[in-house]
Design a protein around this ligand. Structure first.
Ligand code: SF4
Ligand code: SF4
Length: 379
């Protein structure tokens, strides 16, 4: 009998914990359907998710914080969906997290050692923040150990490793030129392991929950793109399903943030929107319980789910060109071609988008990706 089995004898199932927290059967099933839809799964997967949550018990979780601002934790904790928050606080449960645990100092370090020893091979390792290599790791030291040494030690016995946000996935602002601390993403440190990069600054709470639900339900990693991002949430550009997309196609652009075009809700391409080169679920899942997302609220995408977005040109300067799009080479061209060529352009665009997307996510055209599907059931 392994340690997890021993633990399981004393811990209620996830569903039992949900019921004890007042979640009724209807809300539970809605949550399962909602998660299945966002994971791009067949309708029948709802039953699989429900079965997993009904029968499985909590996984031990170690949540580490290195060079970061804690916005990923904030995003998850502030989710307006009660079950998402419960997954973190009660269902997945945190055995060690510097931000939320009551313990401090030697006591918390003892808990960490106890968790990674007792649950070796069974715990989830969630990491927020980049790892600095400069000055022999002295830029980030916790309990006398560098982040570099700690992450290697804790990753050794982890069942799965999830990098939350752009810091852990790609280095984010700490790694921006000139990268004074030599900040690195987790995957660059743990080269012999698969790291799930849940990108964004921060990631969307429901995307974070979806990745956890996938690991919990299927006991394996989700399909990842060539950058380690779960395909279910990162295989479409923000631009592809943007609420302002019709204006882009019609050549209607905001010229300055306070002009009449801005009031009309026109496309933000000319004021720097990076949606055409950014892969994320913002325009389908949205934020704050599906209320809105930055572009819908009037600000262009800054590309926060892409590596090096701080160095990829000024936020408020238009993308001068992006490869693979004749008609989309510049916004001005789009405006000029509006009219007779729109239909042909749309078709060309769809084909090129598809090919470029496959190229960027490391697939061959025709191979199945799993785009996010708007759910039929809202939480
Ligand atoms: S350029 Fe930006 S605002 Fe315009 S359609 Fe694309 S994503 Fe939306
Ligand atoms: S719209 Fe762009 S910058 Fe804003 S959260 Fe989404 S991916 Fe990040």
């Amino acid at each position: 009998m392994n340690s997890l089995t021993k633990m399981n004898e004393t811990v209620p199932t996830i569903y039992e914990q949900m019921v004890s927290r007042g979640v009724d059967r209807r809300d539970f099933l809605k949550f399962c359907a909602w998660m299945g839809a966002y994971l791009g799964l067949e309708h029948s997967a709802t039953a699989q998710i429900a079965h997993a949550i009904e029968t499985k018990r909590r996984l031990p979780v170690v949540w580490m914080h290195f060079q970061e601002c804690t916005c990923c934790s904030e995003s998850f904790l502030r989710s307006s969906h009660p079950i998402v928050a419960d997954i973190l606080l009660d269902k997945v449960s945190l055995d060690y997290t510097e931000t939320l645990q009551a313990a401090a100092g030697f006591q918390s370090e003892e808990i960490l050692q106890e968790t990674i020893t007792k649950y070796k091979g069974e715990y989830l390792l969630l990491i927020e923040g980049s790892i600095p290599l400069g000055a022999d790791g002295a830029y980030c030291v916790i309990a006398g150990k560098s982040a570099l040494d700690t992450v290697r030690e804790v990753a050794a016995g982890a069942k799965a490793i999830i990098a939350w946000g752009n810091c852990a996935s790609a280095g984010c602002v700490q790694a921006a030129n000139p990268n004074p601390t030599q900040a690195m993403p987790v995957s660059a440190i743990l080269k012999d392991k698969t790291v799930i990069n849940v990108q964004g600054c921060p990631p969307i709470a429901e995307v974070m929950a979806g990745v956890l639900v996938h690991v919990l339900t299927f006991d394996r990693l989700p399909q990842l793109d060539s950058l380690g991002r779960p395909k279910a949430f990162y295989s479409r550009r923000v631009h592809d399903t943007c609420a302002r997309r019709a204006n882009y196609d019609a050549g209607l652009f905001v010229e300055t943030f306070d002009d009449e075009n801005a009031r009309q809700g026109y496309c933000l391409y000319k004021v720097g929107c990076k949606g055409p080169t950014t892969y994320n679920s913002c325009s389908t899942m949205k934020w704050n319980n599906g209320t809105s997302y930055p572009i819908q609220s009037g600000h262009g995408c800054i590309g926060c789910s892409e590596a090096k977005f701080w160095d990829n040109g000024p936020f408020y300067q238009r993308l001068t060109n992006f490869p693979g799009f004749g008609i989309e080479a510049t916004a001005d061209k789009v405006g000029l071609t509006v009219g007779g060529v729109v239909a042909a352009g749309a078709l060309t665009h769809a084909v090129l988008t598809n090919f470029r997307k496959h190229e960027e996510i490391g697939e061959q055209p025709g191979e199945k990706a799993t785009p996010p599907t708007p759910p039929s059931v809202k939480p």
